[in-house]
Design a protein around this ligand. Structure first.
Ligand SMILES: [Fe+2]
Ligand SMILES: [Fe+2]
Length: 472
């Protein structure tokens, strides 16, 4: 499964063996680069960035690090190694050989799933376009660009599937991916969270922790798909995605660490006085990004989710490790439901509750990250803790949309909600304060005052390594 870097489009899918497909993708490539120049990171296109590039899709040693100008990054098509004799792992077709071609009756549904996933990838690059100007260190600047080029590669992964398996409609969808724009009222990206702004680095770290993690769970459930090329694409994307969530988790961890250190030193939680971000503000940003990311999983009860599963298209998180019949025809699942002003768990048909189940897996994973941030606080003698808000807080999609629920899960009236809103979600003043801290730090090894240095560098390099060479 070595990757062919001789081709104009690096790949491990023997692109040269299919001239028509190769030509179609080579025709899409300049449009992708034009999109990158228009909507990718603003500036820095001539800077040499210490980027990792995939050289092999195996579990070990798949990455190579070197200084690369972003437009020269070798975006390509990498599928995880095929599993010999792979079978459809769930649903009505369980046990049949996995499909190498799209089953005719599921063509429109699969295309929609791939387009929806694919659309998020360029969307996040667009959302992060302006962050380079205010990076808190050269180390962070490099991480931003690594995330950006890999989201570009994830777009390539989905565009390959569209071109290779969906004929003319697929090619049209691939073109449309480069036409929508995050936040554009006339041609927005498909999902709500991908039209929000990422105006500052606190938002960026929250986004990579919470929203990239939604990506992890969507990719993981598509990695189970009976449509084998999709499963293999997503399996390799997950290895790249892990770094994005690392950027988020360690980014927030460093903000929290800095707040804790200043609180200890000065004996006050009001660390804004010392140019840092107080934990109350961190909590409000967390509340916002968690709640908009929960919406990405869709309605609690969904007949679409049931049919994706039954058809063998989209599985559960770690489907293969689950011990049940993988068909779920008679199974039930507890779903948090609002009755009057009380939350209760109601058993619902498991097939219809698959979105909620994936959301539960996601919430548990988020909680583990929050626990690690709280450990950072505890180790520095800080009693305050960060908390995930209640799942019904600030929701726009599903059963809790239109309800007013506090972060601790009390159902409120409209007036009380409006009175407390700024205690729970970032206010205009919070955004202005965080924005005022966003001053670039360009000296290798130095950090902005509001964030602690990372525990270690990238690829075993020291913190003052020239991760981005600006003066070239
Ligand atoms: Fe991605
Ligand atoms: Fe990502």
């Amino acid at each position: 499964m070595a990757i062919d870097y001789q081709d104009r489009i690096p790949n491990n899918v023997d692109l040269a063996g299919d001239r028509r497909l190769q030509r179609a993708l080579e025709a899409w490539q300049p449009n992708f680069l034009a999109w990158w120049r228009e909507m990718g990171p603003l500036g820095y296109q001539n800077a040499e960035v210490y980027l990792r590039t995939a050289i092999n899709v195996g579990a070990k040693g798949w990455a190579n690090f070197s200084h690369v100008r972003m437009p020269d990054y070798r975006w390509g098509i990498f599928l995880a190694e095929p599993e010999p004799d792979r079978r459809v792992p769930f649903g009505e077709h369980r046990g049949e050989p996995a499909w190498q071609e799209v089953p005719g009756e599921h063509r429109a549904t699969l295309r929609r799933l791939i387009v929806t996933q694919g659309d998020t990838e360029p969307a996040s690059v667009e959302q992060q376009r302006y962050l380079g100007a205010t990076a808190p260190s050269i180390y962070d600047l490099r991480n931003l660009f690594q995330v950006n080029v890999e989201e570009g590669r994830h777009l390539w992964a989905m565009v390959y599937l569209l071109h290779a398996h969906f004929g003319r409609d697929g090619r049209e969808e691939a073109d449309a991916m480069l036409l929508r724009r995050s936040g554009d009222p006339d041609r927005p990206r498909i999902l709500g969270a991908f039209n929000e702004k990422t105006p500052d680095w606190l938002s960026f770290f929250m986004f990579t922790f919470f929203t990239d993690r939604d990506g992890k769970y969507q990719l993981a459930s598509l990695a189970e798909s009976g449509f084998d090329p999709l499963a293999r694409s997503c399996r390799f994307m997950l290895t790249e995605e892990a770094h994005h969530m690392f950027v988020g988790e360690t980014g927030i961890g460093r903000v929290v660490q800095r707040a804790a250190e200043l609180t200890r030193r000065h004996g006050t939680e009001d660390v804004r006085r010392f140019g840092a971000i107080d934990l109350a503000t961190v909590q409000r940003y967390l509340n916002f990004h968690f709640s908009v990311s929960l919406d990405l999983f869709g309605a609690e009860l969904s007949s679409n989710a049931a049919s994706y599963f039954s058809a063998g298209l989209k599985g559960r998180y770690e489907e293969a490790k689950l011990k049940d019949d993988h068909c779920l025809l008679d199974a039930s699942y507890p779903v948090c439901t609002l009755e009057g002003d009380r939350f209760r768990e109601l058993r619902q048909p498991a097939l219809n509750a698959l979105n909620e189940r994936l959301r539960d897996d996601y919430i548990a994973d988020c909680q583990r990250g929050v626990d690690r941030w709280n450990k950072v606080l505890r180790e520095r003698g800080i009693a305050r803790e960060l908390r995930l808000p209640h799942r019904a807080f600030n929701r726009k999609i599903g059963a809790f949309a239109g309800q007013f629920v506090s972060p601790d899960g009390r159902v409120l009236g409209d007036a009380e909600w409006r009175g407390r809103r700024d205690d729970w979600l970032p206010s205009v003043a919070d955004a202005a304060y965080v924005g005022s801290l966003m001053q670039p730090v360009r000296e290798a090894g130095k950090m902005a005052n509001w964030i602690a240095p990372p525990a270690r560098g990238i690829d075993g390099k020291p913190l003052d390594f020239d991760y981005v060479r600006l003066d070239v």
